[in-house]
Every structure is written in structure tokens, then in C-alpha cells.
Design a protein around this ligand. Structure first.
Ligand SMILES: Cc1ncc(C[n+]2csc(CCOP(=O)(O)OP(=O)(O)O)c2C)c(N)n1
Length: 298
């Protein structure tokens, strides 16, 4: 770890390129600060230059990370609520030379856009997805999402949530995701380590961040995670062991890479008709004059 800090100090210029100067609108104590730090550290430590990465954000508190990124050198894209995954997947397959890192909240991802998550996992697109699971709709001021704990009183459901929450990592594992990790927003070092592993994964890397929301989620403050969560010693060997590790969200939450299929064949490598093609789609479209086609829709 000391080595990482030394390396980060040496790479200060590269690191600062990711740091924006916009005023931040996150609440004091929000888990997004730590998540943003970990993402920036992970890409710098893995040697990515800003031009080699595209950051895609959904709409929500986490989405304001888009403003926090350095404006002059970093590419960011802010999508529609719940729809970041298809946009990010499109970018990932159009230009595989760019690393796509997408982020979404538990609201947009596990409700409005849950269909997109299902099919992104099935397709095993080569990209990372960071699920900011603060167990509520943060930006619209604390309504219950599908990950809010049962019984918790929220804005819009003052008598308490009636349904059981979804377990997001278990959901991704059950759908056959080739990389699933769960981390906690208060542990930047551990998040950085796991995100570095995700950056090196060949297919779709699903990273669920259990995110502290001091303003609206009173069920799981920092102390809750400090007492009840701990990193795994090693990654479970099989999907069924990973599912066992992902189950407990109450007493002993296990953190780390829950599952990885290092031999996964991602979407691009499965495309038979592009087997020996060396160019990438984003360059290929430049060879076509589409002005006539556009006129047909004018
Ligand atoms: C289709 C659609 N539905 C609802 C909204 C309103 N809306 C904007 S942000 C937001 C809450 C986002 O919650 P979440 O996805 O959990 O992200 P967080 O703010 O907690 O990071 C909602 C409901 C919207 N913009 N578009």
C-alpha cells in the first residue's frame, strides 16, 4: 500500500488532471467523496491517461461526480436517469481502445433501468459499472428505492417500507455476471484495490459500493459498516460460494471481489463477423458519407 502512495505522489500531475474545480454539491459526509477518490486513484495507478477513459454517469447525487472530474482533459457523459448502461455499453463497443467506467445509483439502476442491467450482464460488455448503493433516491431527497431496508421510514413512505430490499450483488451473480464485487464507501484503500481489479477484467465488471448517505439513510451510517462489514480474505472460487458470501446484508457483510471468471469471453470477442477485423467501429463510420441518409430524415 505504501508503494501505491509513493506512486500516486510521483503521478501527482496525472492525478490532478482528473480533479475538477467545480463547487461540489454533495452533503458533508457523503460516501461519494470516497468513491470519487478511489476511482481517480485506481485509473492513475493502472496507468490510464485521461484521453483513454470515458466516465459515464446516470442522473442522481452520484452523477454530480461528472462535474467534479477535470474539465479540460477528462471525457464525461451524463445520461438520462436509469439509462446510463446502454449509453456506456454503446461507447465501450464502438471504441474498445477507451476504457468505459459507468456509474449509477440504486434508484435508477435497480428500478427504472433494471432491464438495462440484466442485458448488460448477459452481453458481458467490456466495461466497469459502479453501483452507488446508498439505499435511497438521494437527489430527489430520500425516497425509498428497491434497496431501502424494510421498515425504514422514508420521504414518501413515512409508515416504513413494506417490501424486502433487493440484494444487488446477489442479483448480478444470479444473472451470471463475470465479475462481481462489493465494497464500502468509507474504505478508499480497499475500494481502490477492487477497482484496479475491475479495470483489469476482460468483461463486464459490476462493483456495488455500499454508500453512506448521512442525510437520508439513517439505517446504515458509518458506524454500522465499521461494526458489521469486513473484507474477504480471498475471492470465493465458485459462483455458489460467491452467492453465499453475498447473502448477508445484516450482520456480517463481506466485502471484496465476490466472484471473477478470468477466462470470460466478452461481447466483442464473441462477435464472429468481426473475428479478424483490426479497426474499431468508431473509425469505420468515418469512412462513410452519411449526409444523404441524414437528408431523408430532415
Ligand atoms: C425517468 C426519470 N424518473 C425520475 C427522475 C427524477 N430523478 C432524478 S434523480 C432521481 C433520484 C436518483 O436516485 P438514485 O438513482 O438512487 O441516485 P442517487 O441520487 O441516490 O445517487 C430521480 C428519481 C428523472 N430525472 N427521470
Amino acid at each position: 500500500m505504501i508503494e501505491d502512495y509513493k506512486k500516486l505522489a510521483e503521478l501527482k500531475k496525472e492525478y490532478l488532471a482528473y480533479e475538477g474545480s467545480e463547487v461540489i454539491t454533495w452533503c458533508s459526509g457523503c460516501g461519494n467523496y470516497g468513491i470519487q477518490k478511489a476511482i481517480e486513484r485506481a485509473v492513475v495507478l493502472e496507468g490510464y491517461k485521461p484521453k483513454d477513459v470515458l466516465f459515464c454517469y446516470d442522473i442522481g447525487c452520484h452523477g454530480n461526480g461528472s462535474d467534479k472530474m477535470g474539465k479540460t482533459e477528462v471525457y464525461t457523459l451524463h445520461g438520462l436517469h436509469g439509462r446510463v448502461l446502454p449509453v456506456a455499453a454503446g461507447a465501450a463497443v464502438s471504441n474498445p481502445n477507451v476504457k468505459v467506467i459507468a456509474a449509477g445509483g440504486d434508484g435508477g439502476t435497480m428500478s427504472e433501468g433494471i432491464n438495462h442491467l440484466v442485458h448488460t450482464i448477459r452481453n458481458d460488455y467490456p466495461m466497469i459499472f459502479i453501483l452507488h448503493n446508498n439505499e435511497n433516491y438521494g437527489l430527489t431527497t430520500g425516497q425509498a428505492s428497491s434497496t431501502t431496508r424494510r421498515g425504514l421510514a422514508m420521504n414518501g413512505s413515512p409508515d416504513g417500507v413494506m417490501m424486502e430490499p433487493l440484494n444487488c450483488s446477489e442479483f448480478a451473480l444470479n444473472l451470471g455476471a463475470s465479475f462481481v464485487a462489493r465494497v464500502y464507501s468509507g474504505d478508499v484503500k480497499h475500494m481502490t484495490k477492487v477497482l484496479r481489479a475491475a479495470l483489469n477484467h476482460k468483461g463486464f465488471a459490476f462493483v456495488e459500493v455500499m454508500q453512506v448517505c448521512p442525510t437520508y439513510n439513517k439505517a446504515t451510517p458509518v458506524e454500522w459498516y465499521e461494526e458489521r462489514s469486513a473484507p474477504l480474505k480471498s475471492t470465493p472460487k465458485t459462483r455458489s460460494d460467491a452467492l453465499k458470501a453475498a447473502r448477508d446484508m445484516e450482520k456480517n457483510m463481506k466485502l471484496g471481489v465476490l466472484y471473477q471468471d478470468k477466462k470470460t469471453v466478452n461481447f466483442l470477442d464473441r462477435l464472429v463477423n468481426r473475428k479478424d477485423v483490426k479497426s474499431v467501429p468508431v473509425d469505420e463510420v468515418k469512412r462513410f458519407n452519411i449526409s444523404e441518409l441524414i437528408k431523408r430524415f430532415m
